[in-house]
Design a protein around this ligand. Structure first.
Ligand SMILES: Cc1cc2nc3c(=O)[nH]c(=O)nc-3n(C[C@H](O)[C@H](O)[C@H](O)COP(=O)(O)O)c2cc1C
Length: 163
């Protein structure tokens, strides 16, 4: 799948087949995350991969809208050191991982981290040092659904020269 196909076909997938994802594939997703654009090349990110069903369940149960994490083959937690642009940097890394997952034929979903009341508790569960913020949780697995979210049309959002 080329990059444009991955971008245009990606949708959030929240139901996964009970099939493990090879370690090399997970490593490739994180590799794509670490190569994201980052302000001043600070690269404030760290990635914690969960595959243990008990750990997946406890993280899932700590969230509000991420209970389906419990059914994923793995979950990548994106954390950033609290630098000036940590949220933008961590978001860029998250989007890279979502697109890489799509290119690998996996389903994934961005589950909110920063701004959620449970973010600090998840940092604690993951053993993150002080000064790190949770950007996102990304459950991944082979898709068991094909969601088709409506998107705003290009003509509605594209403005040439001025708004
Ligand atoms: C910052 C952010 C936080 C999100 N948090 C959640 C979440 O907690 N739970 C969830 O199921 N989806 C979450 N999503 C996924 C959105 O619901 C989804 O991207 C949106 O509905 C558009 O659908 P699509 O991803 O299929 O295009 C989040 C997405 C973003 C960008």
């Amino acid at each position: 799948m080329d990059a444009i196909d991955a971008l245009k076909t990606r949708r959030s997938v929240r139901a996964y087949r009970q099939q493990p994802v090879p370690k090399e594939v997970i490593e490739d997703l994180v590799d794509c995350g670490r190569l994201a654009a980052t302000a001043l090349n600070v690269q404030p990110w760290e990635f914690v991969v969960l595959t243990d069903p008990e750990r997946l369940r406890s993280v899932a149960e700590t969230t509000d809208h991420g209970r389906f994490i419990a059914g994923a083959a793995a979950c990548i937690a994106v954390l950033c050191k609290e630098t000036k642009y940590f949220l933008e940097d961590g978001s860029a890394a998250t989007q890279n991982i979502l697109l890489a997952a799509q290119a690998h034929g996996l389903g994934a979903c961005w589950v909110a981290g920063d701004k959620k009341p449970y973010a600090a508790e998840i940092c604690r569960l993951l053993g993150a040092p002080a000064g790190y913020r949770l950007i996102s949780l990304i459950p991944i697995g082979y898709p068991a659904e094909e969601p088709a979210k409506e998107k705003r049309a290009l003509g509605e959002v594209l403005h040439w020269e001025r708004f």
